[in-house]
Design a protein. Sequence first.
Length: 402
Amino acid sequence: MDESLRQAVAVLAVAMIVAIAARQIRLPYTVGLVIVGAVVALSGADFAPHLTHDLIFDLILPPLLFEAALTLSWRELVRDSLPLLALAGLGTLASAAFVATSMTTLLGWPLFSGIVFGALIAATDPVAIIAMFKDNRIKGRMRLLVESESLLNDGAAAVLFVMALAYARSGGADQTAVATALTLGKIVLGGVVVGALFGGAAILVSLRTSEHLIEAALTTIAAFGSFLVAEYFHVSGVLATVTAGLVMGNLGLLSEQEGGYISLKGREFVLSFWDFAAFLANSVVFLLIGADVAAIPFGAVGATPLALAIATVLAARAVTVYPLSSLFFASRWKISWREQHVLWWGGLRGALALALALSLSDDLPLRDEIVATTFAVVGFSIVVQGLTMPLLLRALGFLPGR
């Protein structure tokens, strides 16, 4: 207990120092965390726990997903629902297929290993980009597209990963289309139902109180409870928490008028509370990502295979964003070329991809290679793409010139 407390305090202390320093030198906060985490780990200091599937799923993902969903306007989400569903649905499937094919063709990976890696790496997690949007007060459709596509993509990738892993474990045994559809429907609809039930129940209970602390506690139960219950019943915890956040946000928290299930004081406090919770979760996960990246034996995989994997993931993102966006070019859902470039380069990989990789059993072929490659892709996306994203945003006119 003392050791865990020491590590928690050390992680938070380092994260806050990085946050202050990053502001001073105008370095993206999340990128700074990864770099500092790697440097501290290379120095030999054992200051933090290692990332595990349970740590990410139980403590990191729920606040990040819930906070992002909580502030999304359902009206704006519905307005761009068609391109968002195309990018998150067809885009995730196409990206996973492209990566799986490339890994088996270029690197000679077994088919099952390529399919599993393709599914887990399809989950985009542009937390660093969203944080940059907030810091630079970028709002409007661009931010909506990035945030919404990321949330829906996470849910789709998590579901696809479960299907891919089941296929790999069965050794490719034939499964009827009906059985596959039923399994997919159970995972998706089950997660949505669990999230809606938790969000609705929290709203009903909050109607009986105007105490802002209780209101915040109810949102916490909805965020973590929906995720844990959904995972217990083997449905999508990601979709459950996202749904709970959307329900609670759009049925009262985003309103600036009196009335509804939560008081005005409660709304202000709850939104600030989840902003803080997401800040803590981001601080911890990016610092630990840096520390674990420094400890991964990348030499066992080789520089060329890792470089090919990174290039493949970038190419997969490009061949999904641009063709799918072109489908809406002549419609009211048109995604401009500027927005497409941001969606492509801003499709970072992060906590969800790592959690899925770390959950793989030891008997999966090339399990260690999959984990190392995932860390390499995540590290590259956060540091390289995260550092160059301000330059791209400025070049495209989303940020004012210096």
